[in-house]
Every structure is written in structure tokens, then in C-alpha cells.
Design a protein around this ligand. Sequence first.
Ligand code: NAD
Length: 253
Amino acid sequence: MALDGKTAIVTGAAAGIGHAIAERFLRDGVRVVMADIDGEKGARAARDLAALGEVHFVKADVGKTLDVHNLVASAMDLLGDIDILVNNAGIVHGADFLDLKEEDFDRVLQVNLKGSFLVGQAVARYMVEKVKKGGPAGAIINMSSVNAVFAIANQIPYSVSKGGVNQLTKAMALALAPYGIRVNAIGPGSIMTDMLASVNADPAARRRILSRTPLGRIGDPKEIASIAAFLASDDASYITGQTIYADGGRLPL
Ligand code: NAD
């Protein structure tokens, strides 16, 4: 298999898309460190996946520098190497523009955008050193969203953070291209996870989502994990700086 024997960190891996990516990587023979701010849920998730391969859990808030350094050092101790990073951790905060509080704006940006920068930089420093010593180049995948392109009036920090993630992806791709390290992003549409659960529970909101999704259904986290597996592999060896949208046809149509 394309990823057999590789090593990976997946952030926000206790649930949803991150969990599906960790599971897919394990099935493909990758040794995985799952990171999440939720220690209990993350440890349980790693235990549940342990039958599939070597998997560890490290508790970390990706928006906090000390946590990030501990995460990367722990991953090196546990795996001995990091070939793949998936910056998946993300949060939403719904509020109308006129009511949006500064601390809520800051927190979404801290997790979704700064978190991708902090973990990305710490892992890239290691990856660059490895390349300088003649080792293979790694791959970094950031989690964007269709909301990097479509703004939502009551999800301002989220839309802004994901627009930033696309630009961060391009800038990181340029900075790391001389080392052969590829950086891409995935932009999901509506995917059935806890993040979408409240929307899905409201029949009118569900109808609204389905009406703007040409494939006529909500996506499965596995359909995002398969793109992560592709982008992490040598099958994507000439792709860098891109955001691949998986949104049931919403964006282009
Ligand atoms: P989710 O809420 O189901 O899971 C997110 C995970 O991230 C949780 O386990 C949570 O504990 C963890 N997390 C939150 N803050 C963290 C932090 N500071 N540090 C470490 N971990 C943290 O969400 P999801 O739907 O699986 O979303 C995953 C990613 O996909 C996010 O970046 C999200 O923006 C993106 N996305 C999701 C959808 C969707 O429809 N579900 C659509 C577009 C993009």
C-alpha cells in the first residue's frame, strides 16, 4: 500500500473527520499519533483503533505553543519519525456580526489558523532537518472548508480562519517546496460529524444544506479521509499548495 510504514500526526482526532483519517491511515499501515484537546475522548478513540495498528494518543491544544512542542516531541519519542501531518483540529462559533465577542473571534482563529501554523512549523522544522540529512520529504495537509470561499454571516471567525488556512497552505507550500515537502489542504462541504449534528437535527437547516448540494446528500468523514490518504501518498507527488474541495458539487456549480 502507498502509505505502508509511514508515520503521522493527526490533530483533532478524537472525533469526526480526524478520527476517520486516523482510522484510514492505520488501515493503510501508517503508525499514528492522534492528538486532541479532549483527553478522555482521545484516549478512548486510540484504544478503540488499537486493533488496526500502532496508535498513540497525546493530549494537546493546538493553539498553545507549549502543548504543540510537547505534541511533536512526544510523537518523535513514540514513532521515531513524522512523515505526515494532518492539521485537522477545528472549532466553530456561531454569532451575528454585531454580537460577536472579541474573545470568541480570537479563540476560533487561535485553534483553526494559528494552530495549523504552530503545529505545521514545529513539524516542518523536523521534516526539513530530515531532508537535509538525506531523508525522504514529508507531506502536510491542512483542513480548510468550503467556507474559505463562501462566507457565512453568523460564522465570521470560522470563515475568516478557513480563508487564512488556504493562504497559509499556499505560503507553507512555497516555503517548503525547496525541500520537496508538499503542503495541501482539503475543503470539505457538509460532512456528518458532531460539528454538523445540530444543523442536521433541524429539518429546515438539513433541507437547506441538501438543496445547495448537487449530489443531494451529506458527506461521510471517510470521504475526506480518502483524500487525506491520497494527498499524503506519492500518488500526489506533483501536487502542492492546492485546496481540494470535497463538497458534493456545491462550490463549482
Ligand atoms: P468535530 O467537532 O467532530 O471534531 C473536531 C475535533 O477537534 C474534536 O475531537 C475536538 O475535541 C478537537 N479539537 C477542538 N479544539 C481543539 C484544539 N484546540 N486542539 C486540539 N483538538 C481540538 O469536527 P469535524 O467536523 O470532524 O471537523 C474537523 C475539521 O474539518 C475542522 O477543521 C473543521 O473545520 C473541518 N470541516 C468540517 C466540516 C463538516 O461539515 N463537518 C466541513 C468543513 C470543514
